[in-house]
Design a protein. Structure first.
Length: 170
């Protein structure tokens, strides 16, 4: 059986209508979803909520990716977190969702993020923004890039934990 080689999102010619920085963020989110889907395939719901070798659970990383994307984009837009976002932040460490439900949360988050990234990518990326109660300084561009790098960091943790879980089966 011939299987077409995987082509990473940034090489697929997508989002050509989005300025370069925003396009890179959208490609990073697409790659994240591809990797999440690939590496969590075949895991049970129990495994997704387990912490092998003391690693953080995949469930936590999936919740965190979805919810932090929303929070970071809120800061990029010049806003502060709502009561709902703060409650979701506090609930990231707990939950019994299935793997399918967790991936669906990520998918919805990334779908919502696309329109926001498209809008932000047309702004002056050097526009100052402020994060959190301490109002730490960043820029629209800094926040956009952080969406990508922060997401990829947590995807790396998901991949590592998934590999440990699958190795434990052997």
């Amino acid at each position: 059986m011939n299987v077409a080689p995987y082509i990473e999102p940034w090489l697929q010619g997508t989002y050509t209508d989005v300025p370069a920085a925003g396009r890179a963020v959208l490609h990073a989110l697409d790659l994240a979803l591809d990797d999440i889907t690939k590496w969590t395939a075949g895991l049970t719901d129990a495994e997704v909520h387990s912490a092998p070798l003391g690693l953080t659970t995949i469930a936590y990383h999936l919740r965190h990716i979805a919810r932090s994307t929303d929070r970071i984009l809120t800061y990029a837009e010049g806003g502060q977190l709502s009561a709902e976002q703060l409650a979701a932040l506090k609930a990231e460490s707990t939950g019994e969702e299935s793997l399918a439900e967790l991936i669906a949360e990520v998918e919805v988050s990334f779908t919502n993020a696309e329109a926001r990234v498209r809008e932000l990518a047309t702004a002056d990326l050097n526009t100052p923004r402020f994060v959190g109660r301490k109002q730490l300084p960043t820029t629209i561009g800094g926040a956009l890039i952080h969406v990508a790098d922060h997401t990829q960091r947590h995807v790396g943790q998901i991949v590592t934990t998934a590999k440990v879980l699958k190795a434990d089966r052997q």
